[in-house]
Design a protein around this ligand. Structure first.
Ligand SMILES: [Zn+2]
Length: 131
C-alpha cells in the first residue's frame, strides 16, 4: 500500500469509529433526505478538519452523497427534502442543506421561495460560504 492509500485508509477507519455516534444523532435516517432502511455513510463537509470531527460530518445516503459530489447528476425532485433539512438544529446538516439549496435557486421556484424564508445564524452563513 502506498503512503497516500495508508493515510486514506486511516481516515476511513477513523470515520467508521464516528459511525455509531452519527447513527445515534441521525436516528438511522439520512440526515438530508430522511430516507430510512438505506445504507448511510459518514460524509465529511468542507472545509475538512485535520482530524475527523462528528460536528463536521453528516450521515447521509448514497443518493444524497452522489449528487453532492456530482452537481451534473442533481435531480431537483430529490432535493425537496431540503425544505425540512435547512431548518436542522444540527449546524453541519444545515450547512450542507443550504449549500445544496443554493445550487437549485436559479432553476427551481420552490428553492428560491425556501431560500427567501431562510434565516441563518451569522456563523452558519460564514460556514456555508467557506468551501
Ligand atoms: Zn439522503
Amino acid at each position: 500500500m502506498s503512503r497516500g492509500q495508508e493515510k486514506h485508509q486511516k481516515r476511513v477507519n477513523e470515520l467508521m469509529m464516528l459511525g455509531k455516534d452519527l447513527a445515534r444523532r441521525a436516528h438511522s435516517k439520512c440526515e438530508l433526505c430522511a430516507s430510512t432502511g438505506v445504507s448511510l455513510a459518514a460524509y465529511e463537509v468542507s472545509p475538512v478538519p485535520a482530524e475527523p470531527d462528528i460536528d463536521k460530518t453528516v450521515f447521509i445516503c448514497d443518493v444524497c452523497s452522489e449528487q453532492i459530489d456530482n452537481p451534473k447528476l442533481m435531480n431537483a425532485h430529490h432535493w425537496h427534502c431540503l425544505s425540512a433539512s435547512v431548518w436542522s438544529s444540527t449546524p453541519v446538516v444545515q450547512v450542507v442543506a443550504v449549500r445544496m439549496l443554493e445550487r437549485l435557486i436559479d432553476c427551481e421556484g420552490w428553492a428560491e421561495d425556501l431560500y427567501d424564508q431562510l434565516y441563518l445564524e451569522p456563523e452558519i452563513q460564514l460556514w456555508v460560504s467557506d468551501t
